[in-house]
Design a protein around this ligand. Structure first.
Ligand code: ACO
Length: 401
């Protein structure tokens, strides 16, 4: 390597770290993660305690503003979000233009970006007040887009929600209410969704969050930055894994339930197949979220009276991996996506909506990371490279090549 190529604009050396395995991109006071010990905390509070004692909107407030809200603060926050939950009727026309088979993540990313066109002032965030307005606007409108995306796929007319309901209750109503029936809340579903959203709410500088921060660092608006984050989350190596896990478990079931065969496939380096829902860039120990979700999956399916053979296949795979040299040596444990799809399925959510549900949970995390980046006046994100192409060549006219 030509040593001159290693020098950056400032004359210092450039660090080459593909996949940013060991590069910090920012200082952050939001989420603490210790991958060796399996610890996850939001603003200092353990994920276990938050999942047990808080609700999703409280956690959203904590992530965005750094403190748990008082009752008055939480009520005001919720009121402001409700006031901003109307989505322009023209956004429906955009939704209508998508084919029914469109993947909901593509639809959601497009609609989120389109919101900028209907709320142009949301791009100006020079004051705390303008920033707050953008935050409550998206927290109000995003669940509506999520629910509409699902209803369009299921062929149901769009629902506008009910301002008297809690944030998560309202999301469920907007997703599931049948046109001609009274809607009654199922507390099992409300609790399950609340917990799942809390567990997904933030995870420091993962692929989608880094995307939100880097797009926002050019001072693109919040909605455009979030739309880019949704696209990053879509991939099967990131949030798309929850859909991929369920498809994998279904395939194993269809194939006779032989988990050992799929374990062998995952270890075979000539086969691109990976055990979806296993492994994590940072966790080299059990993902604490997976522990909570595994227990919740048992409880929710039990409470709903569902016996799902897929859950047994998942547990066998986990047991085999925990005792398998390949997985143990590489510290590959189940991650947050391994059991979440089983709960979503039990709740009646279609498989291709799973990653959308992840986005709904991650929304406050993305917002808080974007807000922190803007308040800290971080510079535009602009990594360098090591150029390895031709040094300098003379142009050859086309008739002489
Ligand atoms: N199944 C089989 N082998 C695996 C798996 C897996 N799920 N994950 C990693 N490995 C192996 C790799 O082949 C590699 O083996 P080698 O050292 O012999 O070459 C080793 O473990 C390290 O894997 P990397 O891909 O280098 O690890 P990286 O940190 O880059 O990737 C990732 C992490 C993307 C999560 C990976 O483990 C994976 O693809 N898992 C499956 C997809 C998944 O569940 N994604 C969700 C992640 S959580 C989230 O985003 C919310």
């Amino acid at each position: 390597i030509d040593i001159k190529n290693l020098r950056g604009a400032t004359g210092g050396f450039i660090t080459l770290d593909p996949g940013y395995k060991n590069t910090g991109s920012c200082e952050s006071a939001i989420t603490f993660l210790d991958g060796e010990k399996g610890i996850l905390r939001y603003c200092g509070y353990s994920i276990e305690e938050l999942a047990e004692k808080a609700d999703f909107l409280e956690v959203a407030f904590l992530l965005i503003f750094g403190e748990l809200p008082t009752k008055e603060e939480l009520d005001k926050f919720h009121e402001d979000i409700k006031k901003n939950s109307i989505v322009d009727e023209d956004v429906k026309k955009i939704l209508d233009a998508f084919p029914k088979a469109a993947h909901p993540m593509g639809v959601l990313s497009s609609l989120t970006s389109a919101l900028t066109a209907f709320n142009p002032t949301s791009v100006n965030v020079d004051s705390e007040e303008e920033m707050y307005n953008s935050v409550v606007r998206i927290l109000g409108k995003f669940p509506v887009l999520v629910a509409w995306t699902m209803r369009k796929k299921s062929g149901l007319p769009l629902d506008y929600g009910d301002k008297n309901l809690g944030y998560v209750e309202n999301i469920l109503k907007m997703m599931f209410k049948s046109p001609n029936e009274e809607y009654s809340q199922n507390p099992i579903l409300v609790n399950a969704l609340d917990k799942l959203l809390i567990l997904h709410a933030d995870h420091e500088q993962n692929c989608s969050t880094s995307t939100v921060r880097i797009v926002g660092s050019s001072h693109a608006g919040l909605f455009a930055s979030l739309s880019a984050g949704i696209s990053a989350l879509w991939g099967p190596l990131h949030g798309g894994a929850n859909q991929a896990v369920l498809e994998m478990l279904e395939a194993i079931k269809e194939d006779g339930g032989d988990t050992k065969k799929y374990m062998a496939k995952a270890k075979d380096k000539s086969d691109p197949f990976r055990l979806m829902g296993f492994g994590h860039r940072v966790y080299k120990n059990f993902d604490p979220r997976a522990r909570i979700i595994k227990v919740a999956a048992d409880e929710v399916l039990g409470d709903l009276g569902i016996e799902d053979p897929i859950l047994d296949i998942a547990k066998s795979l986990e047991q085999e991996a925990l005792n398998d040299e390949y997985f143990v040596k590489r510290k590959l444990y189940p991650n947050v996506d391994f059991y979440s799809g089983i709960i979503y399925r039990g709740m009646g959510i279609p498989t291709d909506m799973f990653t959308v549900m992840f986005a709904l949970g991650r929304l406050p995390g993305w917002i808080s990371q974007w807000r922190e980046m803007r308040l800290r006046k971080e510079p535009i994100g602009r990594p360098r490279q090591l150029y390895i192409g031709e040094r300098e060549r003379k142009f050859v006219p086309i008739n002489k090549r």
